[in-house]
Design a protein around this ligand. Structure first.
Ligand code: AKG
Length: 203
């Protein structure tokens, strides 16, 4: 309903191909997942940008089916096996949304100094034109998308339990980021579920 009003007010505005479903997870589902996350081996990996090494400003872990490796900077990362609550969430996405994922990137931002810069999820191991589903836990943070051609931005204040689906075509035409918010001093956790081509880097 809000969207309709928005487009009526400004017919020139371009909307990104996303589905935003607030409160997708119940309070109980969130608590179970948060409990499990405290056992995840979240690490701050070191990457090389323009020949300079630095640690990413967040911690992360990669889970998935066998062979669903991802490449981050120059490092090949093998998936960790699915933990039980995360595996159940994968099933829920399949049953409720008909979205079939085989890997997930978990990002934890300890506070508002931790962030993620502008990028598209367009790595070659990701199945072309596949959707990406993002689920948020913990503190609300702004998730911003930017049209590659027009630079037009749309901001979403993602809250604990929200589901945000980037539909096919999104990664080609829009970028996204999670900017710093220096007044935030509590953690946020995000799960981006992806469809990976198995054994892409071993073919
Ligand atoms: O934490 C977020 O919402 C952003 C995650 C993200 O952009 C990604 O995993 O590619």
């Amino acid at each position: 309903m809000t969207l309709d009003l928005f487009t009526k007010l400004d017919p020139n505005i371009q909307l990104p191909p996303v589905i935003y479903q607030p409160s997708f997870l119940s309070g109980r589902q969130q608590r179970l997942l948060l409990q499990e996350v405290s056992d995840y081996p979240l690490t701050k990996i070191e990457i090389e940008v323009y020949g300079k090494k630095h640690f990413i400003p967040r911690t992360q872990a990669w889970f998935g089916d066998e062979g669903c490796d991802c490449r981050y900077s120059k490092t090949l990362i093998n998936p960790l096996p699915w933990p039980p609550v995360l595996s159940k969430l994968r099933q829920t996405l399949l049953q409720k949304c008909q979205l079939d994922f085989n890997a997930v990137l978990v990002n934890q931002y300890a506070n508002g100094t931790e962030c993620m810069g502008w990028h598209s999820d367009d790595e070659p191991e990701i199945v072309a034109n596949s959707p990406i589903a993002s689920i948020t836990l913990g503190t609300c943070r702004d998730f911003i998308v930017r049209n590659k051609a027009t630079q037009q931005k749309v901001s979403y204040a993602l809250q604990a339990g929200d589901l945000f689906i980037m539909q096919p075509g999104m990664q080609q035409t829009w970028q996204h980021s999670l900017p710093k918010r220096l007044t935030v001093n509590t953690p946020r956790i995000n799960f981006t579920f992806r469809q990976i081509t198995p054994y892409f880097y071993q073919a």
